[in-house]
Design a protein around this ligand. Structure first.
Ligand code: TEU
Length: 600
């Protein structure tokens, strides 16, 4: 649907703060983050300027994939707390004006979920077809092979696991401990809605971040994927199994469940480069999702055969400009909505990936990225630690054995089997890639203090006189340099800049949040220029971001460069925000300086 005016909604202007429960704050002193710890930091989150919290899975789970393998939707993972703690958290958040979103993981369950245990118990169990079971195929020489050539998202193996007991394969797009639910069965869908959604909606949650939202509907016949990696038996087939034919139907059904509660949704949308297809999901008229996470920006620099088959920083600024453009421009003139994010629990730290994490420039480049995000249209998401400019753990001080994520572990295992464990050069290359891109970096415990043991991760326990335990993941080696305590109250800190940038974003929401985006000077290899225009405003907002560690001069803006500006010179530029507090109207940009002007 084409629209002239963009409607305003509370959730469009919201700032969502994402929490990874295992790594946010350890309230009971066992080395694992928990709900009590989260409750103790609600005022901190509020002080940043966020008004919504999204908590990654806190449900009961064997934790093969850090809670994205759920064994019971209706209970809490005991080390995180209890159902009662969740109720307290919801109430405490609401009393501060914070809304709460949960992570909805319903493409698959854990293999320890009762549903799957029943399903795998026999071929005639009533829950057999709650999951996707298929007989084996056989090659000419009689070798048993899986039903198709799809490769699991993690490692290099098949998406099919053989079940000895019932002599069939079951599908798992992720780990073998994460069997895919069969959405074609209406009884299964109803059980999912009741257990995973209504159970929590009734308890007051305000919305869901929906995991892998485009994988529920599988392509009919489950055909083989094209050969993308000729050296492998199994092929990355995301482009084939995402966005299946019944997606719209399923999402509308889910909306009927959400609507009475006015709950909001943001769906994770991998493997969907076509903006037209994205639009189908989030056009308000289509009643599917409020928003989605596109992967264009976070996929920059990742490998094609495997995300970690890549060299650090193997991209140009132009790719960043184009990827940002792909998340911004398609909403123009539509009733759809987009999101702004550079980090989450599946991504390495943005300062390391897109800025410069050296001591000389990490503060400046963190501010630059904050300013860029603050000026982009869509609902803004911030991942824990991003607000203090967290960086990846350095190679020298964080050895490979500290990496615990199943994606990293299975990748290394696959490499060793491909090359033999002694291929030192290949392992070194993999370490470089993981140091740059691994999900582990986002999962290192949050650093609350540079002085307390383990970055103050278990500080709440400390005040109760308990011993400080080792955290579940090794603490950040740069804890004494990058931490919350030293930044809160320091006007020059990354944290203070985020607070400012978020206030600025709200003050100029007509441009920043709701405006139309247009890139300028795409071929400039150093500076990212873009313009935001606001409905009913004559002036336009000009954003310029120096993505280099060198001073950069820039050519004055010409009237003809921007549609809608007065055709004759001189243009008036009024500086409204800067990462460096600079006043210079036309001066060169300092390394990693970002500026915002109103142009008329
Ligand atoms: O991620 C889904 C996803 O599409 C993956 O490609 C993701 O990019 C992953 O990090 C690849 O390494 C979601 C969750 O966000 C992730 O944490 C889970 O592991 C995954 O689903 C399975 O539930």
């Amino acid at each position: 649907m084409t629209v002239k005016e963009r409607t305003r909604e509370w959730w469009k202007q919201a700032v969502v703060y994402q929490i990874y429960p295992a790594s946010f704050c350890d309230g009971n002193g066992d080395g694992v983050g928990d709900l009590v710890g989260i409750i103790s930091k609600l005022d901190y989150i509020k002080s940043l300027g966020a008004n919504v919290i999204w908590i990654c899975p806190m449900y009961d789970s064997p934790q093969v994939d850090m809670g994205y393998d759920i064994s019971n939707y209706e209970s809490v993972y005991p080390p995180y707390g209890t159902l009662q703690d969740m109720e307290t958290l919801i109430a405490e958040a609401h009393s501060r004006g914070l809304k709460l979103m949960l992570d909805l993981v319903i493409n698959h369950t854990s293999d320890q979920h009762d549903w799957f245990k029943e399903s795998r118990s026999s071929k005639d169990n009533p829950k057999r077809d709650w999951y996707i079971w298929k007989p084996a195929k056989y090659t000419q020489d009689g070798t048993r092979v899986p039903p198709n050539n799809w490769r699991s998202v993690f490692g290099g193996g098949s998406t099919w696991e053989w079940d000895e007991n019932t002599q069939e394969y079951y599908l798992h797009l992720f780990c073998k401990e994460q069997p895919d639910l069969n959405w074609e069965n209406p009884v299964t869908r109803k059980a999912i809605y009741e257990s995973a959604m209504e159970f929590w909606l009734k308890r007051g949650v305000d919305g869901f971040r929906i995991d892998t939202v485009n994988m529920y509907s599988k392509p009919p016949g489950l055909p083989d994927g094209p050969i993308i990696d000729p050296h492998s038996e199994y092929q990355p087939a995301g482009m084939l199994y995402c966005n299946g034919p019944r997606m719209a139907e399923y999402l509308r059904e889910m909306n009927d469940v959400l609507a009475p509660y006015k709950a909001i949704t943001v769906g994770e949308l991998p493997c969907t480069p076509d903006p037209q297809r994205v639009l189908e999901y989030v056009s308000a008229e289509s009643r599917q999702l409020n928003m989605v996470f596109q992967f264009d920006v976070v996929d920059i620099g990742q490998g094609i055969t495997h995300r970690y088959d890549a060299k650090p920083k193997n991209y140009k600024l132009l790719q960043v400009k184009e990827a940002v453009g792909r998340t911004q421009t398609w909403i123009r003139g539509t009733d759809a909505w987009t999101t702004v994010f550079l980090e989450n629990h599946d991504q390495a730290r943005s300062v390391t990936r897109f800025g410069d994490d050296s001591p000389a420039y990490r503060v400046q480049s963190a501010k630059l990225l904050a300013l860029m995000e603050a000026c982009l249209s869509g609902t803004q998401f911030i991942y824990q630690g991003q607000e203090i400019g967290a960086v990846n753990a350095p190679k020298e001080s964080y050895p490979l054995e500290n990496y615990l994520d199943v994606d990293s572990v299975l990748y290394l295992k696959e490499l060793k089997s491909r090359h033999g464990a002694d291929k030192k050069a290949e392992l070194d290359r993999a370490f470089d890639a993981l140091q740059h891109l691994a999900r582990d970096h986002a999962r290192i415990p949050m650093v609350w203090s540079g002085k307390a043991k383990n970055g103050g991760f278990s500080n709440v326990a400390l005040t109760e006189g308990k011993d400080i335990p080792e955290p579940w993941m090794k603490p950040h080696p740069l804890a004494s340099e990058i931490n919350v305590a030293s930044q809160v109250g320091d006007p020059t800190s990354v944290f203070a800049f985020w607070q400012e940038a978020l206030r600025f974003r709200q003050e100029y929401a007509a441009y920043t949040v709701y405006g139309d985006y247009e890139a300028l000077r795409l071929d400039d290899e150093n500076i990212f220029f873009f313009v935001k225009s606001a409905q009913g405003e004559e002036a336009q907002m000009l954003v310029m971001l120096n993505f280099t560690d060198k001073e950069q001069t820039w050519e004055p803006l010409q009237p003809r460069e921007v549609a809608g500006l007065p055709a004759t010179e001189p243009l008036t530029l009024k500086l409204v925000k800067s990462t460096h507090g600079s006043k210079g109207e036309t001066a060169a940009l300092a390394p990693y300086e970002g500026r915002v002007y109103l142009v008329s």
